[in-house]
Design a protein around this ligand. Structure first.
Ligand SMILES: Nc1ncnc2c1ncn2[C@@H]1O[C@H](COP(=O)(O)OP(=O)(O)OP(=O)(O)O)[C@@H](O)[C@H]1O
Length: 225
């Protein structure tokens, strides 16, 4: 059963005439890694922002389980159901890795009292030990920062994780390590992981590859084989 379903979704930016996305339909399931590929300007980031609930499609519907995103509380959706990982990490660099996670938990309204302990555990899961967790983000390497970015996306235990070029600024070994973490989250923890990427290595590691071209989306094939 799909966790996220797009039915005939069309979108154009305000003040523009041409649709960026036209009649897109796709279904995304738990426990799978999806790669979204397509030329620069094809609409990949636009699709992610619709899925993330940052923007609303003008035609069609995006269903979370069976509920239309237009009709549910999108702030709550963002705080509970979806975790976002960015190319440029988007962390607070003057705070420690741990503080970044705890802050994100506070913003998402996570109620648990032992947030620090949970944050250390999340960071450990993505390969950040305690000593590193207590260091300011600006003193961490790019790969370490992206690990923190993943831990932050997991801070409210979302079902869906979306990532916009998560390995673009990283060397090959680090890229593979980050991909390994994202794949484990899907295969071992049943998350639905959707990655926008230009990288062949990333798309070939995905379970399913979908391509956007001329406003349409289509299944390209299976990676990971
Ligand atoms: N805020 C905006 N207002 C108007 N047009 C926009 C806006 N943001 C993006 N676009 C246009 O929408 C189209 C799709 O952009 P989008 O960023 O989704 O593409 P992309 O596939 O993610 O590209 P890239 O791979 O370069 O990041 C482009 O033609 C872009 O110029």
């Amino acid at each position: 059963m799909s966790v996220l379903t797009l039915n005939n979704v069309s979108y154009k930016y305000e003040g523009t005439k041409k649709n960026v996305l036209t009649g897109i339909s796709a279904a995304f399931e738990a426990s799978k890694v999806y790669a979204i590929i397509g030329k620069s300007g094809s609409g990949k980031s636009t699709l992610l922002s619709l899925i993330a609930g940052l923007d609303v499609c003008e035609k069609g519907e995006i269903l979370l389980g069976g509920s239309d995103l237009k009709k549910i509380d999108r702030d709550a959706y963002r705080a509970k159901s979806i975790g976002v990982i960015f190319q440029s990490f988007n962390l607070i660099t003057n705070a420690t890795a741990l503080e970044n996670i705890v802050l994100s938990m506070n913003i998402s309204g996570v109620k648990e009292k032992n947030k620090q302990a949970i944050a250390y555990t999340l960071l450990e899961k993505v390969g950040i030990d305690r000593e590193t967790a207590d260091r300011k983000v600006l003193k961490l390497s790019g790969g370490e920062q992206q690990r923190v970015g993943i831990a932050r996306a997991l801070a409210h235990n979302p079902d869906i994780i979306i990532a916009d070029e998560p390995t673009a600024n990283l060397d090959t070994d680090t890229q593979n390590a980050i991909l390994g973490i994202l794949t484990e989250l899907a295969h071992k923890e049943n998350k639905c992981v959707i990655i926008v990427t230009h990288s062949k290595e990333v798309s070939s590691a995905a379970d399913e590859i979908w391509g956007i071209q001329k406003g349409k989306i289509q299944f390209v094939g299976n990676g990971n084989k």
